[in-house]
Design a protein around this ligand. Structure first.
Ligand code: GTP
Length: 242
């Protein structure tokens, strides 16, 4: 792998979904500077290869809406807190990307004009055409929707060819690989297999949205930040859902 480092990207425009929890690294909470710098270098490599990129980041390293709700908090309030968490991550990612000379714009689904542009689809597309990475903050702006659903929605809106979901595991397994030594990784799955086997690729709203609009999903491990470039070059890594 990596021997075709001069080859052109396989995609013109992608939506990269980054796990918020992964940003915490081993500290388990907040933003680990080493981890975010490493991811930024991975994004920069894909950017330099010429691919247009939108990014949606989760917020699980700051607040997890579902967990807060299960401990008694009103679900909508918990979800709004989670959306604010994604804004913190978006600003941190913008800073990390600018340090490695990647032009960026942050657009937020919840208006906060002093710190980010509002989400405007046509403007986001214009930014992408001008070779800026657009970081979409605050999820969809609605409670009860995950950042995976936000990624699927934004991917469709910006006409991305694929969602690249970078997570803490290196693909989709038939059972939890941490608990079962005989767990088998899938190279490829259909949307219906993901839904019927309840595989933890994305939540069912996000998967259904991708299925209805024939948007492929590649899920892979972000611990190796070189995977982002491999994925945009079309190398077979992780698990492909289509
Ligand atoms: P073009 O006009 O297409 O070249 O895009 P541009 O983003 O360079 O122009 P614009 O004048 O819109 O933005 C200049 C800077 O201000 C960029 O860093 C934007 O992200 C930022 N900006 C634009 N609108 C807002 C806003 O509503 N709130 C905040 N906080 N920043 C904004």
């Amino acid at each position: 792998m990596g021997d075709d480092s001069n080859s052109r990207p396989a995609y013109r425009r992608v939506l990269l979904k980054l796990s918020g929890e992964a940003l915490a690294g081993d500290q388990g909470f907040g933003i680990n500077p080493g981890v975010i710098q490493d991811i930024a270098r991975g994004v920069a490599a894909a950017y330099e290869a010429g691919v247009e990129m939108g990014i949606v980041i989760g917020g699980g390293n700051i607040v997890r809406g579902v967990a807060a709700a299960s401990s008694g908090m009103d679900r909508a309030s918990a979800d709004y807190m989670g959306m604010l968490g994604t804004c913190i991550n978006a600003l941190a990612m913008q800073d990390a990307l600018e340090k490695v000379n990647v032009y960026t714009r942050v657009q937020s689904a919840i208006e906060m004009a002093e710190i980010a542009e509002p989400y405007i689809r046509r403007k986001a597309i214009r930014h992408l055409e001008k070779k800026r990475v657009v970081i979409f903050a605050a999820g969809t702006g609605n409670p009860y929707f995950t950042t995976d659903t936000a990624a699927a929605l934004r991917a469709m809106e910006i006409d991305a060819e694929v969602i690249m979901k970078a997570t803490k595991v290196d693909g989709v397994y038939d059972k939890d690989p941490k608990k079962h030594a005989d767990a088998v990784k899938f190279d490829e799955l259909t949307y219906l297999e993901v839904l019927s086997k309840r595989l933890a690729v994305m939540d069912s709203t996000a998967i259904s949205l991708c299925m209805d609009n024939s948007l492929p999903i590649i899920t892979f491990n972000m611990k190796d930040s070189g995977n982002i470039l491999r994925a945009v070059k079309g190398e077979k890594i992780g698990t492909l859902v289509r």
